[in-house]
Write a protein that binds this ligand. Structure first.
Ligand SMILES: [Zn+2]
Length: 398
């Protein structure tokens, strides 16, 4: 593996193999700010190397924490869940702290603590997390507030950044779980971005280094999810923290946890986030990123949307006597049942109707030879998915 040391590769393997021994199973995607605070307090009391402090308050008065560990000269900032409904990396951050306390004699972790200082803000948007929404209690998107700093949460992130003066930063998010790698039918497990620092699209020193860090992440995860990594859109967005921070001279990488088949709670992606962060810290500890070409990042296909929950192929849409029938495929995404009282009915939203052979799907069904009511299958309409399944036969995915 180019540039990565054998010790870094071995560390990732170790923490991936032994994930069940340290993962914080009590923490789930609907983690609240109170639960987070309890977990952090427990880590801090167990392990004096982990320092936890409240660094500010959200608009609704919830505490925002800053966690510090390590004493090295290389400084790494991480923040999670600036979008309240994107919890995967918050859970991974807890797993990372658990790895430190569970395997406190692990030589790779000792290297990280000696060579790197980490400043972590888990759950920057606790008000959004409380109601599982992207935006803050004041209705703003923190990641469009890096320029004006109108929200208290954005001001906290800016202040922590400016006090800490990091070399590297990890901006940790979740994205739509139905994105695919390029025009393939493979789900994007993780997408990466070394954001632009200005509208020119040219690299400054910080961005060149961020690209090498992004390539490091690709190398770390290739043994596990080759073909399932993509590059996030790099259009310059001056209101985003990644782009702004890159301009302030910190090498920032955005990581988006996407989707994985049959894993709606993203438990596997959480595990990958955990081992990726541990591996990245170890690589940073040994200055390994400096030796890694950006190519592995730059060559990633872009993140696109070529995936639906279900595709029903070759249905004959019937419109009654005045309009002739037509054969078409139907793409459907499941509607979150929590929004409906009738949880026993599986609702889906029709996303597209037509030639959908190039699109991937979690489930493929054939409706060849079956007539269905075309007037009920318009795009955006909600339907009873089981009624359609009952008419179809299942096709194994590719
Ligand atoms: Zn996000």
């Amino acid at each position: 593996m180019p540039g990565l040391s054998a010790a870094t590769v071995a560390l990732v393997e170790f923490f991936n193999t032994h994930y069940d021994r340290y993962a914080v199973r009590a923490a789930t995607p609907r983690l609240t700010a109170d639960e987070l605070a309890e977990h952090l307090a427990a880590f801090a009391s167990q392990d004096k190397r982990i320092q936890v402090a409240v660094t500010g308050q959200s608009a609704a008065g919830r505490p925002i924490h800053r966690v510090m560990f390590g004493s090295g000269r290389r400084r790494v900032l991480m923040w999670t869940q600036m979008h309240g409904d994107e919890p995967t990396a918050t859970l991974a951050a807890l797993d990372l702290l658990a790895a430190l306390t569970t395997f406190d004699r692990h030589s790779g972790l000792e290297t990280i603590l000696k060579e790197v200082q980490v400043c972590l803000i888990p759950m920057l948007n606790p008000d959004g997390a409380a109601v599982f929404q992207r935006r803050t209690a004041q209705g703003l998107d923190i990641n469009r507030d890096a320029r004006c700093l109108r929200t208290p949460e954005a001001r906290i992130l800016k202040r922590v950044h400016d006090d800490f003066v990091p070399d590297y930063a990890f901006n940790l998010h979740d994205q739509n779980p139905r994105y695919t790698v390029g025009d393939s039918q493979r789900l994007t497990a993780l997408a990466f971005l070394a954001p632009a620092h200005d509208a020119s699209g040219k690299d400054n020193i910080a961005r060149r280094r961020a690209k090498r860090l992004a390539a490091t992440l690709v190398h770390l995860l290739t043994p596990y999810i080759a073909g399932h990594m993509a590059r996030f859109d790099d259009t310059y967005e001056p209101r985003s923290f990644g782009d702004a921070m890159q301009g302030w001279g910190t090498s920032v990488v955005l990581v988006e946890s996407g989707g994985w088949r049959n894993d709606p709670d993203k438990t596997y992606l959480r595990q990958l986030n955990t081992v990726m962060l541990l591996g990245a810290l170890h690589a940073i500890a040994g200055d390994e990123c400096d030796e890694i070409e950006a190519t592995a990042y730059e060559a990633l296909p872009s993140n696109t949307q070529y995936f639906y929950d279900l595709i029903f192929e070759s249905a004959t849409l019937d419109f009654g006597p005045d309009i002739p029938p037509i054969v078409a495929d139907i793409a459907i995404n499941l509607v979150d049942n929590r929004q409906h009282r009738q949880v026993d009915v599986v609702r889906g939203r029709v996303m597209d109707v037509g030639d959908l052979r190039d699109y991937g799907a979690g489930e493929r069904w054939s409706l060849a030879g079956q007539r269905v009511n075309g007037a009920e299958l318009h795009v955006e309409v909600e339907i009873d998915v089981d009624a359609l399944r009952a008419l179809a036969h299942h096709i194994e995915p590719l």
